[in-house]
Design a protein around this ligand. Structure first.
Ligand code: PEP
Ligand code: MG
Length: 316
């Protein structure tokens, strides 16, 4: 099996019948970008920009940001997409320069896009720097917002991105509200990207930082799968592309299920790409749809995983 994985480990991602699923990298800065670009990933599906500034005391200036983004974009040339997430500050990723004071429930507080709305100058500087770096490198840069819950938030973000002269905007779907109303929320933007880490946290009301709750945070939980499915259906209704950038995209069996639900790109740690590419290459889109239906009808996370594992093996 190892030899099979390696022999199918280059080229673009697709099912056995040629349905394309872009395989992308999650990165957190320049070093990650250089390392990921040296592999055959089709681009970046999530650049967590807040990671670059975790130890910054003061808000990074325009030129400093432009220099960093330029170094991140350059290794990917002109053809490989780079999906950049604007600062996702707050909760598990506090930034000293974007602190709005103590909150009772930081994970439910003014984080992500909510913080950008409270401090619009931070977002504007970041978008300006991203635009400058995109122009300087000719890279295919697509900007998306974290923690979006409503259509109004998506509209506001799309306006900010357009005002900065950037051609493409998207939103993360990581709050159940956004998943359940994807047919509205995705209207003003070009794409959606499912953040399954936070989507599991908020669907299951289980803190993602709490190791003792890992069973509840399992993306195979029926409710999490249903919420993902709702988002995919909403995106399909609008004919908008939807991808996944949470950790679950790097699980080969889950990747088959997500593909069956209509996801068109999977972003993950680059080390996971080969095994996911191999799994996809062994199953048709029709089989993926059948696996998705099996997962969605299972009463527990363990049953969903079992059913999909058994059926996927049988199809090999
Ligand atoms: C997610 O929530 O699934 C996600 C991809 O973003 P992060 O893990 O950075 O919150
Ligand atoms: Mg998240």
């Amino acid at each position: 099996k190892r030899a099979d994985v390696l022999s199918s480990s280059t080229g673009t991602g697709s099912t056995s019948d040629g349905h394309a699923v872009a395989l992308l990298a999650n990165i957190g800065g320049v070093d990650d970008a250089v390392a990921a670009a040296a592999t055959d990933v089709e681009g970046v599906g999530l650049f967590r920009t807040e990671f670059v500034f975790l130890s910054a005391k003061k808000a990074p200036m325009l030129q400093e940001q432009t220099d960093i983004y330029t170094k991140v974009f350059e290794p990917f040339g002109h053809d490989r997409r780079i999906v950049v997430r604007t600062l996702d500050a707050g909760a598990d990723k506090p930034l000293a320069f974007a602190d709005l004071g103590e909150e009772e429930n930081p994970a439910l507080g003014r984080r992500g896009l909510r913080l950008s709305q409270a401090r619009p100058e931070l977002l504007q500087t970041q978008l300006e720097a991203l635009g400058a770096a995109a122009s300087a490198t000719g890279a295919d840069v697509r900007v998306m917002a974290p923690m979006v819950a409503t259509l109004d938030e998506a509209s506001w973000f799309a306006e900010q991105v357009a005002a900065a002269g950037l051609p493409t905007s998207g939103v993360m779907i990581e709050v159940p509200a956004a998943a359940l109303s994807a047919r509205h929320v995705l209207g003003p933007v070009d794409f959606g990207s499912l953040g399954t880490n936070d989507l599991a946290q908020y669907t299951m009301a289980a803190d993602r930082m709490e190791g003792a709750l890992s069973d509840l945070l399992d993306p195979w939980q029926p409710a999490v799968l249903s919420v993902i499915k709702a988002a995919c259906d909403g995106a399909a209704e609008l004919a908008k592309p939807i991808g996944v950038c949470g950790e679950s995209g790097g699980d080969p069996l889950m990747a088959l299920v997500l593909t069956g639900m209509g996801v068109g790109s999977l972003s993950m740690a680059p080390s996971k790409v080969a095994i996911v590419r191999f799994a996809l290459s062994r199953h048709s889109l029709q089989e993926c749809r059948r696996l998705a239906a099996l997962a969605l009808s299972a009463p527990t996370a363990a049953d969903a995983l079992d059913a999909v594992r058994t059926a996927a093996d049988a199809e090999l």
